[in-house]
Design a protein around this ligand. Structure first.
Ligand code: FDA
Length: 395
């Protein structure tokens, strides 16, 4: 005889554990199954081991989703303040970093332990290293064939996450379940991911690896971020690039303002007046890292000459070049290093109030498996908490 549960949740990550705790507190008999050996593996490595668990300022504008309005209901039902209260109730130390990002003071482990305590109820069970081999819709719910037995449930919650970081157990299983039940999927691709460069650019900038500069980056569809850009051996990274990558399509350029806070024309004119014999290269090296200026000169993008030989038209052209430095990435580092997966189960298929599939009663999707990806800054976990909690109230 198959054991009967009210709810089976596939995936013991951020969204799955939050859903289990919420459903468990409502008295539902819950089973969480995960193919990994322990819960919350992505939480543990997130935020450099300190987990950027949410953000002071969360709105639909911080999410990439084909339907921009979809996230609003869940974020309102379970907000960043609700999660923040839970963190405080558990006595977890936290700190605010720039852009309202909230991190654990001590360790990301605190968040996993908190979620496990929330799930520590007699009616909530967890199984690890457990694969789901087959799912079937039956009268009044679902039947799941697991490694050693078959279980039945009224509600099935898919919390299998995205495809990023396969070495942490990411699988396409959630998408396969969506397909099995006839739900559409928005094509998936890596998001919050470093750019790789074409060979010529890679060679020109390889020596700059490790250099970080504050810039603004604009994507071709007009999205603008202002944060640090980091040169790497492979290409470009840093928070500004990760953010822009979620709005970038292969073949497109991104436009970098290398000196967003400086009036380059005014500064160069003042320098020319004071030190007319100073070279342009040395002058620019006072505004930007010297090695970057050298690389731009070596590439022939900037002609070095004494400042006194620069006419106003040339200064204006140089300022324009530095404000609109166009980079055409070759690609991204892909799922291997991506923090999230863009695309996923089409939100048109789901109720924004409950996360239940509109055409398949009892089937729910939560977290990153669906077509909702947040910006860098705690937004992805907030989506996992909000969508997981909302489903937990309805299963
Ligand atoms: P999540 O990936 O957390 O969990 C999915 C679970 O499903 C896993 O436990 C997996 O083992 C299980 N699973 C998968 N396939 C299965 C199968 N076939 N059978 C059974 N179980 C299966 N976000 C943020 O807001 N702040 C941050 O600081 C960071 N930092 C960060 C760093 C790094 C390196 C990465 C890769 C990602 C982040 N993120 C982040 C993003 C964040 O980790 C991510 O968005 C959430 O973990 C998504 O939560 P989910 O529960 O949806 O998936």
């Amino acid at each position: 005889m198959a054991e009967k549960f009210d709810v089976v949740i596939i995936g013991a990550g951020a969204a799955g554990l939050m859903c289990a705790a919420a459903a468990g507190k409502r008295g539902r008999k819950v089973l969480v199954v995960d193919n990994g050996k322990k819960p919350g593996r992505k939480i543990l490595i997130s935020g450099g081991g300190r987990c950027n668990f949410t953000n002071y300022d969360v709105s639909a504008a911080n999410y990439v989703c084909r339907n921009r309005h979809f996230v609003k209901s869940a974020l309102a039902q379970y907000s960043q303040w609700d999660f923040f209260s839970m963190v405080n109730e558990h006595g977890i130390g936290w700190e605010e970093r720039e852009h309202g990002q909230l991190f654990c003071l001590d360790s990301a482990k605190d968040i996993v332990e908190m979620l496990l305590k929330e799930c520590d109820l007699p009616n909530v069970g967890q199984r690890y290293r457990c694969d789901v081999h087959d799912i079937e819709q039956i009268d009044g719910g679902f039947s799941l064939k697991l490694d050693t037995d078959t279980v039945h449930c009224e509600s099935l919650v898919v919390a299998t996450g995205g495809l990023s970081m396969p070495k942490l157990g990411a699988t396409p299983f959630g998408y396969q379940i969506a397909e099995q039940f006839g739900l559409k999927r928005v094509p998936t691709t890596a998001g919050l991911v470093p750019f790789t460069l074409h060979d010529k650019d890679k060679a020109a900038f390889a020596d700059l690896s490790g250099i970080a500069i504050p810039v603004t980056v604009a994507t071709e569809n007009g999205v603008l971020f202002k944060e640090n850009l980091l040169f790497t051996h492979r290409g470009l990274s840093g928070p500004v690039i990760l953010q822009a990558s979620s709005y970038w399509t292969p073949g497109e350029k991104v436009t970098v303002d290398l000196l967003p806070d400086l009036d380059v024309v005014e500064t160069l004119e003042a320098m020319r007046e004071k030190h007319p014999a100073q070279s342009l290269k040395n002058s620019l090296s006072r505004m930007l890292p010297k090695r970057l200026v050298e690389a731009l000169v070596e590439r022939g993008d900037i002609q070095d000459k004494p400042l006194k030989q620069l006419n106003p038209k040339e200064i204006a052209a140089l300022a324009d070049y530095l404000a609109n430095w166009a980079v055409a990435p070759n690609g991204t580092e892909g799922y291997r290093t991506a923090e999230v997966t863009l695309g996923g189960v089409d939100t048109d298929e789901l109720s924004s109030k409950t996360m239940e599939a509109k055409q398949v009663p009892g089937l729910y999707f939560v977290g990153e498996v669906m077509d909702v990806s947040g910006w860098l800054g705690g937004y992805n976990f907030q989506w996992a908490w909000s969508s997981g909690w909302v489903a937990g109230q309805n299963v």
